[in-house]
Design a protein around this ligand. Structure first.
Ligand code: DGY
Length: 327
């Protein structure tokens, strides 16, 4: 009998096509919202395989109820919504979709940096409000990026592309802080490893590309912002919970830092009344890092490939908890 795959949201059709062609029985949840926990559990009980999204909370209680699942293939590079330790306890492989969205996400970080440095979102809003009256020699000036220092927190695939863009376009010096050093980026980009305090102290643009973990949760808080330059811009395209939003608002209001560009917020969606949206040197986007046709198609393809490859060869293409494959 065919294995049953539950896809928890409508995603690019290539995933369903590939899975069906490989002999899987595919059910795609048709709602235009994330499934509730009850809906997810109810549907997952009938499936062998889950193709999940970041909006599905797969915690320990979920895996206790659905320990029959044979593999979870996530349509995202991030997997902070999944209790991987619990999945591992039940020997369930968890897969994600790295690489295919790196260019798209780095583009958003790069675009936010330029937008914030020239207050572009703010100026656009001024025109919409009918407030473009005349040439202003001294008002709302931005700053130039040439020769500035880019600090990357989490120099992996996406961070490296962001660094490449900044070096190529503006000759920026690249410093970074990671759990483990990245020798490839050090050789190819001349990226210099620094401790966390130096990263805070020396970055003109500080761009966050790390995963959300217990160690990174709330790391960019009042104390961290206080160590940054008053002229610095904070960019976050990873997960909103890596920064403390109330502390960020305060740091911007007090002039502790100069600006911020966010593709991720905490919570998501951000309320329309959030004070960040009124600040001249802030740009906020609704978590669109991977929102290109190319990236989303690549994510769907890789999510399907992980499942197909697991059943055909015993090994998914990109697995997060490889220890489950050890017999
Ligand atoms: C990811 O892939 O992790 C993006 O944030 C989209 O969820």
């Amino acid at each position: 009998m065919s294995k049953k795959v539950l896809v928890t949201r409508i995603i690019p059709g290539i995933a369903e096509d590939m899975l069906k062609q490989a002999g899987f029985d595919v059910t795609v949840w048709q709602g235009d919202r994330a499934m509730t926990k009850d809906e997810l559990t109810q549907y997952a009980r009938q499936a062998n395989i889950l193709l999940s999204l970041g909006s599905n909370k797969l915690d320990r209680s979920f895996f206790e109820t659905c320990k029959h699942l044979e593999i979870v293939s996530q349509f995202a590079v991030g997997f902070d919504n999944i209790d991987v330790a619990a999945a591992t306890d039940y020997k369930i492989p968890v897969c994600n979709t790295p690489d295919v969205l790196s260019e798209a996400t780095a583009d958003v970080a790069f675009a936010l940096m330029i937008n914030v440095s020239r207050k572009m979102f703010y100026h656009h809003k001024l025109i919409q409000k009918g407030e473009w009256k005349q040439f202003e020699p001294l008002k709302n000036l931005g700053f130039e990026l040439t020769g500035k220092t880019l600090g990357i927190f989490g120099l992996g695939r996406i961070g490296s592309i962001m660094a490449q863009r900044c070096k190529g376009a503006y000759g920026m010096k690249v410093i970074y802080h990671n759990r483990t050093r990245n020798p490839k980026a050090e050789t190819e980009l001349g990226a210099q490893y620094v401790d966390f305090n130096t990263l805070l102290r020396d970055s003109d643009i500080l761009s966050v590309h790390s995963a959300l973990t217990d160690e990174t949760k709330g790391l960019f808080n009042k104390q961290a912002f206080a160590k940054m330059k008053t002229t610095a811009v904070f960019i976050n395209t990873s997960r909103g919970a890596v920064h403390n939003e109330a502390d960020l608002i305060e740091a911007l209001q007090n002039g502790t830092i100069w600006g911020a560009g966010l593709d991720v917020t905490n919570p998501e969606p951000m309320q329309a009344t959030n004070p960040l949206l009124e600040m001249s040197s802030v740009a906020v986007l609704p978590h669109i890092g991977s929102a290109t046709v190319e990236a989303r198609t690549g994510m769907a393809r890789l999510a399907a490939e992980n499942i197909i490859s697991y059943y055909q060869t015993g090994k998914p293409v990109t697995i997060v908890n490889p220890t489950v494959l050890i017999p």
